[in-house]
Design a protein around this ligand. Structure first.
Ligand code: ADP
Ligand code: MG
Length: 373
């Protein structure tokens, strides 16, 4: 894989930079979580300080909206850079040929036909006028999409600093000794989490479950989960996992609302905290409950506090980051670029949700494979 540090001269080079600005937006229009933006800053600054002309390409998911136009001023402020808004693909040429601003942001790439289909002709259209492609969007590397994958056929392609940092840290977590390694999986979307459970059964000492994923397993084991939320196709998704494996730990008590399980209970929180405290490496994705509501955030808080005390703590996932942000465990002013030094009490916070899980499940991500060609 080629990395941007290896590029000799960037002066005047036209760089297509795939970034990750898939941000939660509050009802008042404010960006709710700036962690992912801050993690892009080092690569953007590096390219800009070497006088490259940069077009940022990124997506933003609904319901936050179809366009970046409304949040551009906030992005400019957080990145401390003037950024020109580029509405459409043909406008990229105008920007590249202008003598003005050195950073532009193309509107939501997923609004353009061909992106999600990884369409070759769209990718070649997108590549027009550029000298170099840089991928710094680790969180989308599990997607086979044009601005992540097909684009690499049309431009010399490099990994940004964040991709390097994510790979290095996640690999380190995977190769840490199996003894004393604990995996915690919560949240929803069992289809993305089940492969990780499967992969870690012989690569970790314990797998602690919470959230909707725990509901799924409890239901699949034949217990009554009342009105609790469960994922679709649970039987299918969990097929092939021996749910009676003693390494898989499920909650023993709950915090309920009527018949709905909305958080792990105090006994479980205590038991999980004890197991976590004895670990040397912990990998955590997914809140233990509906943490957005204060009364159902206790399990997540207990787990977060225990994880902080572990020597090697790796966490990731959009909602997991939001949860620890809400708990005051990330200092937004000191989110740094390399290894989060000073920014948080965790060893490493991955910007990837699905991408981190797929990486940890042992899969080669399409976006990373494309950079290795
Ligand atoms: P991440 O983004 O960190 O990977 P997920 O997206 O998988 O996490 O899951 C987070 C969501 O799961 C949160 O919105 C949270 O409210 C929800 N959740 C967790 N536990 C429960 C539960 N018991 N019932 C309903 N929703 C839950
Ligand atoms: Mg999520």
């Amino acid at each position: 894989m080629k990395i941007i540090r290896g590029i000799n001269d960037l002066t005047g080079k036209k760089v297509l930079l795939r970034t990750d600005f898939d941000l939660p937006i509050l009802e008042n229009g404010m960006i709710a979580e700036i962690f992912r933006i801050k993690k892009q800053k080092e690569t953007i600054d590096y390219l800009a300080n070497k006088d490259a002309k940069i077009v940022l390409v990124a997506h933003i998911s609904p319901p936050a909206g179809g366009s970046f136009s409304a949040i551009l001023p906030q992005l400019e402020q957080i990145l401390n850079r003037k950024i020109e808004f580029i509405r459409d693909i043909p406008d990229i040429q105008k920007f590249l040929n202008s003598s003005g601003a050195s950073i532009g942001l193309l509107d939501n790439i997923r609004n353009f036909k061909g992106e999600k289909e990884n369409d070759e002709s769209f990718a070649s259209e997108l590549a027009k006028g550029f000298d170099i492609y840089v991928n710094n969007a680790f969180a989308v590397c599990h997607r086979n999409q044009a601005s992540v994958s097909a684009i690499t056929s049309f431009l010399p392609s490099y990994a940004g600093f964040l991709i390097e940092e994510e790979i290095r840290n996640l690999q380190k977590a995977m190769s840490a000794p199996i003894e004393d390694k604990v995996i915690i999986i919560g949240g929803a979307k069992a289809s993305t989490k089940a492969p990780v459970i499967k992969n870690f059964l012989d690569k970790a000492e314990m797998i602690l479950l919470g959230g909707v994923v725990a509901n799924d397993v409890i239901k699949q084991k034949g217990y009554d989960v009342g009105d609790s939320l469960v994922d679709e196709n649970v039987a299918e998704v969990l097929a092939g996992i021996d749910l009676n494996n003693p390494k898989i730990v499920i909650p023993e008590d709950f915090n309920l609302s009527g018949e709905r399980i909305l958080d792990i209970g105090p006994k479980t929180a205590e038991r999980y905290s004890r197991i976590i405290s004895n670990a040397k490496t912990v990998i955590w994705n997914g809140p233990m409950g509906m943490f957005e509501k204060e009364e159902f955030s206790k399990g997540t808080k207990a787990v977060a506090e225990a994880v902080i005390g572990v020597r090697n703590s790796i966490i990731g996932g959009g909602d997991t980051i939001s949860a620890i942000g809400k708990l005051g465990l990330i200092d937004p002013d000191s989110i740094s670029f390399q290894d989060n030094y000073g920014a948080s009490k965790f060893t490493f916070i991955s910007t990837g949700g699905g991408a981190m899980l797929e990486f940890l499940a042992g899969n080669v991500l399409p976006g990373i494979r494309a950079l290795q060609k």
